[in-house]
Write a protein that binds this ligand. Structure first.
Ligand SMILES: [Zn+2]
Length: 81
């Protein structure tokens, strides 16, 4: 699996659209690839934060602004570790 594929599966997994085999391959890939591992963790954090925030209806501009804000927050968190 290439990094490009891994990132694609990671995005699909976020919406529960990935198959078991795809997720398995992704897991194996991130064992060897720190870049995709980081991407997967960030993606997961983002999904969890959005779920927790309970915001049902947002226009696309607010969504992208919120995403930017969350990504910044995640970077700050990572910097602390
Ligand atoms: Zn990779």
């Amino acid at each position: 699996m290439s990094c490009e594929e891994a990132s694609h599966v990671c995005d699909k997994a976020q919406y529960n659209e990935s198959t078991f085999l795809e997720r398995l391959k992704l897991r194996i890939h991130i064992l060897f690839c720190d870049l995709c591992k980081k991407h997967t963790i960030d993606n997961h954090k983002l999904t969890e934060t959005i779920k927790k925030s309970n915001i049902v209806c947002l226009d696309s501009k607010s969504k992208s602004e919120m995403k930017k804000c969350l990504e910044k927050e995640i970077k700050n968190q990572n910097a602390k570790h």
